[in-house]
Design a binder for this molecule. Structure first.
Ligand SMILES: [Zn+2]
Length: 163
């Protein structure tokens, strides 16, 4: 009888410790993964790495990273994208972008914050238009059929932003 109780207490303690550690890790993770430019939380399927002033920085989405280039006039070189479907890391050279679909995780977060200021939402947002990266053109095209937007190689998007 006491043996079973003891075991029960042990299980509770182990579960509590595991949950606590998991919560701590999530907390630490959200602390570390913040957009270098806009401080928004990073959504893993949009994670973008770019070299800004010689150092690799993590951005919340490709649009935000490319806006950094636009606003400061300094070259920001994107070195890593994330496949929106699989979460796998992508080399920008071979990536395809769906631009302007109805999915924009960054803007959505933003919208929730000022839900009652809808008219003001037209203002410039560095994470718009939405840019989502895909490793395969077919995946990008299939996504665009469902959610709108146009498919383009990442290199084309970069030159459009540089103009
Ligand atoms: Zn950002």
């Amino acid at each position: 009888m006491t043996g079973i109780r003891w075991l029960g207490a042990l299980v509770v303690a182990v579960v509590a410790t595991t949950l606590g550690y998991a919560a701590f890790k999530v907390y630490r993770g959200s602390q570390a993964e913040q957009c270098y430019a806009c401080r928004r939380a990073i959504h893993t399927p949009l994670r973008t790495v770019a070299i800004d002033n010689g150092r690799p920085r993590v951005f919340c989405c490709p649009a935000c990273a490319l806006s950094e280039h636009e606003q400061e006039g300094k070259p920001v070189r994107v070195t890593e994208l994330t496949d929106f479907l699989t979460g796998a890391k992508l080399a920008p050279g071979g990536a395809f972008i769906v631009k302007g679909s109805d999915v924009n995780l960054c803007a959505h977060t933003h919208e929730l914050i000022d839900a009652d200021k809808h008219a003001a939402d037209v203002q410039y947002d560095r994470c718009s238009p939405s840019l989502l990266a895909f490793g395969r053109r077919e995946d990008a095209a299939a996504f665009a059929r469902e959610h709108g937007g146009e498919v383009a190689p990442f290199s084309e998007i970069v030159s459009a932003f540089a103009r």
